[in-house]
Design a protein around this ligand. Structure first.
Ligand code: PMV
Length: 332
C-alpha cells in the first residue's frame, strides 16, 4: 500500500478540502525512546518491527506555522532561514505535503522553529513531522483524532508517531499491512521527580540516516535476530518500573536497551557507529557516577549525544559532573 492511500482513507474529504483558516500553528515536543524503535517491517509506511516507549521533553520541540502561499512552490523556513528547494530537508517535506495535496494547487509557507539541533539524534524529525500534521489538521479543519494524527505523523518519520503527547508514550507496532493499528498512545504515569539531562557532545549532522542505518542493520547484522525479544522483555520491565515508580529499573532497562541497539548496529556491515570518542568518554563518566553512588543512566539515539535520566534530588551532583548539562523536567 502507498502512503497516499493511507492519507485518503483517513481524510475522506481530501479531494474537496477547503481551508478552514488562513493560517495555523502547532507545537510538538521531541521524544526520547526508553525502549527503541530500530527496524521496519514495511519501509514505505514506516511500520516498525517492534513496539517502543518514549518520554516527551515538553520544553524542547518544534513550532510549525503554516500559511497559504501565492507562489507556485512551497516555501520552507527553518529557524528563520529560507531553505533551498534543493536541500534534502525541503525535498522530504515537500514530498510529505504532496501526500495531502493529491493534485490540488495549494502551496504553503512553512515556518518551523526548533530549539534542538537538526538531524543530530535529538529527534528533530519526530517533533517536526508531528507539529506539521497537527498544524495541517487545524489549517484544513480535518477534525482528526490524536490517534489518526499519530498514523499520519508516522508516514513522515516513525518516531514522529510518539511526538503528539507530553509524558510517557507507547507506540504499538500493530500487525496490519495498512498500518491502521500502528499508532502511539499516551500512558497515565506522571513522575514529577524524574529529570532528563541532555549531554550535548556535538551538533554535527548524523553520518548515516536512521532509515538507511536500520535497513543495513536488518540486512547484515547477525545480532538483529535477538532484538525483537529484547524489546519485548524491556517493555515489560519499563511498564513495571512506571507502575511501581522504580527508578533503578527504569534507568537500567533504558540504558541496556540503548546499548543493545547500538551493539546490534555496530555489528552491521559496513559498521553503523554513531559514537564519537566523546560519547564513550561520557558513558564512562556516567558509570563512574554510579560507582560512587549517584544514580544516573544514559540513553543514546542515532547521533553522538547522550540523554541521561536521574531524579530531582541528584540534580546538583549530576550538574557538577556534567557542567554543560541541559536539564529538562518532563512533568511540570
Ligand atoms: O523515526 P526515525 O526514522 O528518526 O528513527 C528513530 C530511531 C531512534 O531514535 C534511534 C529510536 C527511537 O525509537 O526513536
Amino acid at each position: 500500500m502507498k502512503k497516499s492511500e493511507v492519507v485518503r482513507r483517513l481524510i475522506s474529504q481530501l479531494e474537496s478540502q477547503q481551508p478552514s483558516h488562513d493560517e495555523a500553528t502547532a507545537f510538538a515536543p521531541t521524544n526520547i525512546a526508553l525502549c527503541k524503535y530500530w527496524g521496519k517491517r514495511n519501509s514505505e509506511l514506516n511500520l516498525p518491527m517492534t513496539s517502543s516507549l518514549s518520554i516527551a521533553l515538553p520544553s524542547k520541540g518544534a513550532h510549525t506555522q503554516l500559511k497559504f502561499s501565492a507562489s507556485d512552490q512551497d516555501h520552507i523556513q527553518l529557524n528563520g532561514v529560507t531553505l533551498s528547494p534543493e536541500s534534502e530537508f525541503v525535498k522530504r517535506l515537500t514530498h510529505f505535503l504532496d501526500l495531502f495535496r493529491q493534485n490540488q494547487a495549494w502551496r504553503l509557507q512553512v515556518d518551523i522553529a526548533m530549539n534542538i539541533p537538526v538531524a543530530a539524534g535529538l529527534a528533530s524529525s519526530a517533533c517536526g513531522f508531528a507539529s506539521l500534521v497537527m498544524a495541517m489538521n487545524a489549517l484544513f479543519g480535518w477534525g482528526l483524532s490524536p490517534r489518526e494524527l499519530s498514523i499520519l505523523a508516522r508516514l513522515g518519520s516513525g518516531s514522529a508517531s510518539r511526538s503528539l503527547w507530553p509524558g510517557f508514550v507507547e507506540w504499538h507496532a500493530g500487525q496490519r499491512d495498512d498500518g491502521m493499528d500502528s499508532y502511539a498512545e499516551p500512558m497515565p504515569t506522571h513522575w514529577e521527580d524524574l529529570r532528563v539531562g541532555i549531554i550535548s557532545l556535538a551538533d554535527t549532522q548524523k553520518p548515516i540516516s536512521s532509515r538507511a542505518a536500520m535497513q543495513r542493520t536488518i540486512e547484515t547484522s547477525a545480532l538483529y535476530a535477538a532484538w525483537p525479544q529484547k524489546v519485548a522483555d524491556d517493555l515489560v520491565l519499563l511498564k513495571r518500573a512506571l507502575e511501581t515508580r522504580d527508578f533503578s529499573l527504569l534507568g537500567s532497562t533504558a540504558e541496556s536497551n540503548a546499548l543493545t541497539m547500538h551493539a546490534t548496529m555496530l555489528s552491521s556491515w559496513p559498521p553503523v557507529c554513531y559514537h564519537l570518542p566523546e560519547t564513550i568518554a561520557a558513558m564512562h563518566q556516567v558509570w563512574e557516577c554510579r560507582k560512587t553512588g549517584t544514580e544516573v543512566y544514559f540513553t543514546q539515539d542515532a547521533g553522538p549525544n547522550l540523554k541521561c535520566l536521574f531524579l530531582k534530588s541528584d540534580t546538583m551532583k549530576i550538574q557538577t559532573a556534567f557542567p554543560e548539562l541541559s536539564v529538562i523536567t518532563p512533568f511540570e
